[in-house]
Design a protein around this ligand. Structure first.
Ligand SMILES: CN(C)C(=N)NCCC[C@H](N)C(=O)O
Length: 249
């Protein structure tokens, strides 16, 4: 609440939409990498199509491996878009007050160009190690939760109902943020390294320094708000996925 009030006072309602254009432009591509790699890996591991898998749930090990593979590849396609989002979101100069200093990054393209100029191509992938550690096991757990709940609440051989898909997708999103939040905190700090604070020497340095300075609670910052957001976002994501597969699968 304190964060929300301060953003509103300092930056007006526009503050809540910072860094939004790049995620919107990239989400389709990033999700198609994730869901495409997941489905194809599971198909390769189990030699069954999406529809066959409804009758006989593949083993949780196969689902986990396929989810982790999707998560690993998703992390690398997401990294350059994510760093731009994080840098723009952390820029707190007010856009509405006349006479306030010009922000360091004036938009996503300017942000990308500045990172390339000042930090090189590798700058766009800063924090991608933490992003990969965040998304690899997380997406394994994400798909296990989703497939497990759908299987549990669907009569054998039938397709899950829209309500089941929405609820299972929502809970999968929340479950994924449980494992993701500690690495999400580290990733964001690494991505901001060199801009607002001293750059960390590496991921371990970032973990140890954050823990020493702020205690264990630092690794769960933002969990509540991320989970509240995760339920509707992932409910709709899985509903779209199921509908598209039924239409074209
Ligand atoms: C980092 N985490 C938690 C995940 N990658 N979770 C799986 C999907 C998340 C979804 N796109 C969302 O934004 O909630």
């Amino acid at each position: 609440m304190d964060c929300m009030i301060k953003i509103y006072r300092h930056e007006s309602v526009l503050g809540f939409y910072k860094g939004m254009s790049f995620p919107i432009a990239s989400i389709g591509m990033v999700n198609s990498v994730l869901f495409g790699v997941y489905s194809n890996t599971l198909q390769a591991l189990t030699s069954t199509s999406h529809q066959d898998r409804r009758a006989q749930l593949p083993s949780y090990t196969c689902i986990f491996i396929a989810g982790c593979t999707g998560g690993f590849l998703q992390a690398y396609s997401l990294a350059p878009f994510d760093i731009i989002k994080v840098r723009l979101q952390n820029q707190t100069e007010s856009r509405v007050r006349p006479g306030s200093p010009l922000p360091r990054y004036q938009g996503p393209m300017h942000c990308a160009a500045t990172i390339l100029r000042e930090e090189g191509f590798r700058g766009l992938f800063r924090g991608s190690g933490a992003l990969m550690l965040r998304d690899t096991p997380t997406l394994g757990l994400y798909f296990i939760t989703y497939e497990g709940l759908c299987y549990q609440y669907t009569p054998t051989g039938q397709q899950p109902s829209s309500t089941t898909v929405l609820v299972a997708g929502g809970f999968a999103g929340i479950a994924s943020w449980i494992t993701a939040t500690p690495f999400d905190v580290i990733k964001a700090r690494m991505q901001m390294g060199g801009v607002k604070q001293k750059a960390y020497k590496g991921m371990l340095d970032c973990i140890v320094t954050s823990f020493r300075q702020e205690g264990l609670g630092v690794f769960f910052r933002g969990f509540t708000i991320n989970s509240a957001r995760a339920f509707p976002v992932n409910a709709v994501t899985f509903l779209s996925y199921e509908y598209l597969l039924r239409m074209w699968g």
